[in-house]
Design a protein around this ligand. Structure first.
Ligand code: UGA
Ligand code: MN
Length: 251
């Protein structure tokens, strides 16, 4: 089945570096459609060039965060969900009838096997461990005989789905059978992830855990990394100043 990866992105010093890293990973995955939503008024050529060079089928659209939405990709993922629902056959192409939707932020670190071994096999709701998130080494579902009775997480383990954005994927069928998005009401809920999944009508018993059952299965395939911004004011004190980056770099 087709993997649909949804990535919000926005202009900042490290964006091109982050996007190249992610593009280099995704370009190894077959049958993947990359939906990238620019948090801005227009598309950025440097970003589109990265997408073209992956040779993946992709969609690149600008939707600047509107008033009231948190500036953390919520509005971009919402618009992507609407796009998926109204352009499903175009995204799937002729060869595919089924798909999986994954929200992959542009600054995380992805093992290729996350896509080929986990996401590709999600029938309803797949959940797995995420490294370097929630103030700890790892957040993971507690897996008991293939079920998830609870979550091993630092922040609010009582959430129905105590998982970071990078730690789950939903089958396209679930997306198509609901109108759920990352709505403003999610601001009053505990986290956008559990808000969306609950709004999609999912329950804990729907979870298909990947990995993390038993001692031998403790591999992490995605990390919630954050690229640090270089301190330019400090660099300016140096005798030789680097040339400012051309605008086309998309910084
Ligand atoms: C964490 C989660 O990993 C996010 O998936 C979640 O949306 C967010 O918390 C939340 O609580 O709402 P974090 O790593 O702290 O995210 O945030 P960023 O990586 O800075 O942003 C998430 C995504 O939104 C990224 O793809 C980023 O490029 C995008 N973004 C961020 C925008 O499109 N616009 C912005 O102004 C900021
Ligand atoms: Mn992030």
């Amino acid at each position: 089945q087709m993997i649909i990866v949804v990535t919000p992105t926005y202009k900042r010093l490290t964006r091109i570096a982050d996007m190249i890293r992610m593009a280099n990973t995704l370009s190894h995955v077959k049958n993947l459609h990359w939906i990238v939503i620019e948090d801005g008024n227009k598309k950025i050529p440097a970003v589109e060039n990265i997408l073209k060079r992956t040779n993946l089928p992709y969609t690149y659209l600008p939707f600047k965060t509107i008033e009231g939405y948190p500036k953390r990709g919520w509005y971009q993922r919402t618009m992507a969900l609407k796009f998926i629902r109204s352009n499903t056959s175009q995204i799937l192409g002729k060869e595919h009838k089924e798909g999986v939707v994954y929200f992959g932020d542009d600054d995380n670190s992805y093992d290729i096997r996350l896509f080929t071994e986990y996401i590709r096999n999600v029938k309803t709701l797949g959940i797995w461990a995420v490294g370097l998130v929630g103030g700890g080494y790892v957040e993971a579902p507690k897996v008991v005989n293939g079920t998830v009775p609870e979550f091993n997480v630092g922040y609010l383990p009582s959430r129905t789905f105590a998982v970071d954005m990078a730690g789950f994927a939903v089958n396209l069928r679930v997306v198509m059978n609901s109108t759920a998005v990352f709505g403003l009401h999610c601001k009053e809920r505990y986290a956008p992830e559990t808000c969306l999944l609950e709004d999609m009508g999912l329950e804990r018993k729907d979870i298909e855990p990947f990995g993390w059952e038993g001692e031998k299965d403790r591999e992490i395939l995605v990390w919630h990394t954050k690229t640090s911004t270089p301190n330019f004011p400090k660099a300016e004190k140096n005798a030789t100043k680097p040339a400012p980056p051309p605008e086309t770099y998309g910084y």
